[in-house]
Write a protein that binds this ligand. Sequence first.
Ligand code: NDP
Ligand code: MG
Length: 385
Amino acid sequence: MKRIAILGSTGSIGTTTLKVIERYRNEFALEAITAHNNIAGLKAQIERFKPLKVAVVDEAAGKRLISRSKLPCKAYLGIEGVNKIASDKDVDIVVIALSGAIALRPLLAAIAAGKHVALANKEALVMAGSIIMERLKESKARLIPVDSEQSAIFQCLEAYNRNELHRIHLTASGGSLYDVPLKNFKHLQVKAILNHPRWKMGKKITVDSSTLMNKGLEAIEARWLFDTDISKIKVLIHRQAVIHSMVEFVDGVVLAQLGVTDMTLPIQYALSYPRRLVNNNYRLDFLKLKSLTFEKADTRKFPCLDFAYQAAKDGGSAPCVMNAANEEAVSAFLDKRIPFIAIPRVIEKIMAMHKGIRNPDLSAILESDAWARQEAGRLMNNMGR
Ligand code: NDP
Ligand code: MG
């Protein structure tokens, strides 16, 4: 029986992970869950899934949770509480379902503690991929990707020598703006963007999918996970989202991983790896698939994809700065402080202003992240005037 901690249990990946644990009660037990400030959601999860430990990052919200009800489990407050759970000796598998750069410290804590890490979060690898991969080498931890594309690549590469990899075809559904002409982008409201045609996800990643920044983040994520040059990672628009990604070997052979469009399967595999658990609910019906189509991404419409490739080529602190500027811009858009079309403008400006650091250590990464957020905030305040 594996004991699981879910960091970010109240989110989209977190709630799906809870369903997987519930379905395979003989395989998994829930040890701990964490949230930022959604204490109503957390309380309902405590009652239903009975974890032994919880952590709430927002301390005021955490104190409300503790004072309102007599908790049947141990409670920690603040990000330190999340780090503690990530390295808890009673936890075997740590699921990192936190959204954004906040996941970096807990991820490093889980790696240092030698855990089996099921990683959904992509921002941490984008900001500090080199540090994370180095620490992983020094520890007995293993990192199993949850993101559907990375899970697909991971599965396709599993039995093969990575030196024989020619390139990776990273598929993208195209997001909510595929059919919307560029000239209409200036009128786009939050509600329209949050209506993703294929995947039901958290707000930040849904906005990132609409700008294709999500694919850019994934390209950088894949670059680290599979230790390959960014030039070998090719984005393919594949509207049906049935092929979750493909790998092409030096001899021209291509392996693809296919499955229904549901995060349950990559989550389940990341938990049970290297085994597969029987699941009859997610069978692909080939006769219902009319066609599988592939197109090139339109980077004039979606410049964020180019920004990510540029940041990956620049290396060092560049991806961290790009990620921070993006997080700030997306959050401002969701709060209706900037229009949709300002998101790429903010990222481009902050990237241009940044004086890159070649081999940043952890403190240089955290400083670059803070610098980019501050400058992005200043820039967006001036935009409003
Ligand atoms: P959600 O926004 O749905 O959930 C985020 C979770 O993290 C919530 O539990 C939230 O708590 C918690 N959280 C947010 N901010 C903080 C913070 N500052 N401190 C501590 N906890 C915090 O995100 P998703 O589940 O959609 O995505 C999670 C990660 O997985 C992202 O990196 C995303 O890119 C990646 N991913 C998601 C996919 C999906 O299908 N959703 C697919 C592939 C990857 P609270 O509820 O209290 O705010
Ligand atoms: Mg993905």
